[in-house]
Design a protein around this ligand. Sequence first.
Ligand code: GDP
Ligand code: GDP
Length: 459
Amino acid sequence: MSFTLAIVGRPNVGKSTLFNRLVGKKLALVDDTPGVTRDLREGDARLGDLKFTVIDSAGLEDVTDDSLQGRMRRLTERAVEMADICLFIIDARAGVTPTDQVFAEILRKKNAHVILAANKAEGKNADAGVLEAYSLGLGEPLRLSAEHGEGMDELYHMLRPLAEEFEAKAAMDAPEVDVDVSDDESEAGPRTPTREKPLQIAVIGRPNAGKSTLINKIIGEERLLTGPEAGITRDAISVSAEFMGTPMRIFDTAGMRKKAKVTEKLEKLSVSDGLRAVRFAEVVVVLLDVGIPFEQQDLRIADFAESEGRAVVVAANKWDLEEDKTEKLKELRESFERLLPQLRGAPMVTVSAKTGKGLDRLHAAILKAYEVWNRRVTTAKLNQWLTAMTEAHPPPAPGGRRIKLRYMTQVKTRPPAFVVMCNHGDMLPDSYSRYLVNGLRADFDMPGTPIRLTMRDQG
Ligand code: GDP
Ligand code: GDP
């Protein structure tokens, strides 16, 4: 899997520091003086199991203010042309500057694959800058600290699906492959193919919930025994399998390691193992033992999956052991609503990993959760909706000051994230935000997925 990543951004935002971190040696010079590195430089980067070429587009030394923009533009355009993905960095401590806006404009015009990152984001005093980055209109900013190595997991997570796309595209660009480009006007060759890439899921739950039994059932025992793939980190391993015709990459820690004998200290498995697997997943299956459902550990895991922004499916396992299924189901649903309100409407299915009963429901629930997690709502629809919502139930006027919600837009999917432009946003009570989030869920059919809603103050 190979692709080229260009790191772009104005001088001194930390491009070379990140370059060094990705390349792993002191190839690029780091200095406090803006732009000590010259021109574009390339290195072989590694991030988890991803290997790629990284281009650092520093090199704006010796420029007068007049020529800065011109050079910057040329250099950035060159980097963009060479790259598959651009990592556009701003300095979270400095906030968005006019130069950053110039960059954003270049990247938008070039129609590049852009990942926006707010660097130097360690600590609280970067929060404002991170939030400001939304205004660049390039989606949700990734919080990075190149110097301290923070945010690298998230960067990995953003790069991985793109990397897979490029790999698939490269395969399809091969001349002997017949590709349907009928809806592509450009001459640049086939578009990103629609070929399905494996859906990344994690199966998590307390020890003995039945995780390995379930995964075994999904992929067939022999393959699990022989086939764990080297993990992204030492602690998370995955197997690829087709689950009822859907290619999936299943992340787990405990269950697989046990069977694969990757490590001996199985009994020591802690919640944190499960938490790690969540990081790599798109959909998290929280597996409960119906005999002892929703204990502290299950709640913690589900809550973590939500706060990490993953789509969640709850599967109540060992259903074969239940006698009064109707009564039990009712009870489970009630506990779920009460204990995990933040996952309102998340699908809950009953399964028996042992007999395989209910796996079709689980499969359907995973696909649905994934679809919702990727849902995009148009700005026009959102604003119609926002008007209706505020008319039905106007925001409060704390201390006589009216809070105006002006307009909103979806800035990101996976999970869906929305920004509402407003005044006095900081005074908006949480209950009103919940009203909006629950409304979004209900009106745009987005059950279960975490929904992010940010108020952006416009003074
Ligand atoms: P470039 O001009 O964009 O390549 O920026 P450099 O990588 O040379 O970094 C500029 C300055 O910012 C250096 O002093 C770095 O040590 C500092 N820096 C880079 N990354 C971070 C970070 O994550 N946090 C903080 N606080 N400083 C950083
Ligand atoms: P893990 O620790 O979560 O990986 O759990 P295991 O897959 O090792 O399962 C723990 C125990 O529960 C084993 O004895 C399994 O046979 C049993 N088990 C798993 N799934 C089911 C199920 O659906 N029904 C029943 N009756 N037992 C199950």
